[in-house]
Design a protein around this ligand. Structure first.
Ligand code: SAM
Length: 283
């Protein structure tokens, strides 16, 4: 029987962020394919996993390794692909291998876990019902500037990976192209110095210029062009009071708050009914 290629997510900083299933698979496969064996060894040692490495699948060497990896699968060996951090293939090597393994008819099993983009996004406070992942920003300043110019009308929240060497130049470029957009910088996620900086590009540029903050790993999250943000609490209260005073039924108030102020429907429902609860005399 042919082997299985597992794609295993590993921590993005905090070694505790690994699933039971990831540990089980990494311990039981025949070989681990790592982006860089030295980096992965740290995680494997921490969990007492002694599975041998087959070879490094770093960017550049990946295509050369494919025939021998497919031969292992053909031979019935189970393999686990890991990257240096987070989810393999997400801005990391693995795509050509996975495509080749699928084309050759082998089974691929993803083992989900940390991903810096999603980890930063969920705590950003920016809308994420739809979002666009742009991966690593281009290295050239000109290319970054034209990318930002092309995002002028992009409605979704955009997520980028950026390095400490370029983050200040990137914020400067954003301050010129999209000065009024809200931006969130998620720095050193899951690590000791994790922090979220929120503001417009110019504000973040000056915050980040402070000593030490420019070090580390960054996810940059940019508000989309149509993000109205949550409705002001004052506006919600005013409209709610006016509609109640007119005797409008709760069901219609929920609809009006949601349509007029863009309040999510479940939030509008909560606001309307929480007031009913507080009106009720206590037993
Ligand atoms: N595969 C990884 C994932 O699932 O997130 C991403 C790998 S990509 C080569 C590395 C980039 O991810 C870094 O340059 C940084 O932008 C981002 N990143 C990785 N770990 C991070 C962390 N702990 N905090 C913030 N950003 C991180």
């Amino acid at each position: 029987m042919s082997g299985i290629l597992y794609l295993v997510a590993t921590p993005i900083g905090n070694l505790g962020d690994i699933t039971h299933r990831a540990i089980e698979i990494l311990s039981s496969v025949d070989f681990i394919l790592a982006e860089d064996t030295r980096t992965s060894l740290r995680v494997l040692k921490h969990y007492g996993i002694a599975t041998p490495f087959f070879s490094s699948v770093y960017q550049g060497a990946e295509r050369q390794r494919i025939p021998s990896i497919l031969a292992l699968l053909e031979d019935g060996k189970n393999l686990a692909l890991v990257s240096d951090a987070g989810t393999p293939l997400v801005s990391d090597p693995g795509f050509p291998l996975v495509r080749a393994a699928i084309d050759a008819g082998y089974r691929i099993v993803p083992i989900p876990g940390p991903c810096a983009a999603v980890t930063g996004l969920i705590a950003s406070g920016l809308p994420l019902d739809r979002f666009r992942f742009e991966g690593s920003l281009p290295r050239g300043l000109g290319e970054r500037q034209s990318l930002f110019a092309s995002l002028e009308s992009c409605e979704q929240t955009c997520v980028f990976y950026e390095s400490s060497h370029r983050i200040l130049d990137t914020l400067q470029a954003l301050a010129e192209s999209l000065p009024d957009r809200r931006v969130v910088i998620a720095r050193e996620l899951t690590k000791l110095h994790e922090e979220f900086l929120r503001g417009n590009p110019a504000q973040l540029h000056s915050q980040l210029s402070e000593a030490d903050r420019v070090r580390g790993e960054f996810v940059l999250i940019l508000e989309g062009s149509d993000a109205d943000g949550p409705a002001e609490q004052g506006a919600v209260d005013q409209l709610l009071a006016a509609l109640k005073a007119e005797g409008v039924p709760n069901k219609s108030i929920v609809r009006i708050l949601s349509q007029t102020l863009g309040l999510p429907r479940n939030e509008a429902y909560r606001v309307v009914h929480s007031q009913d609860d507080s009106d009720r005399p206590s037993p």
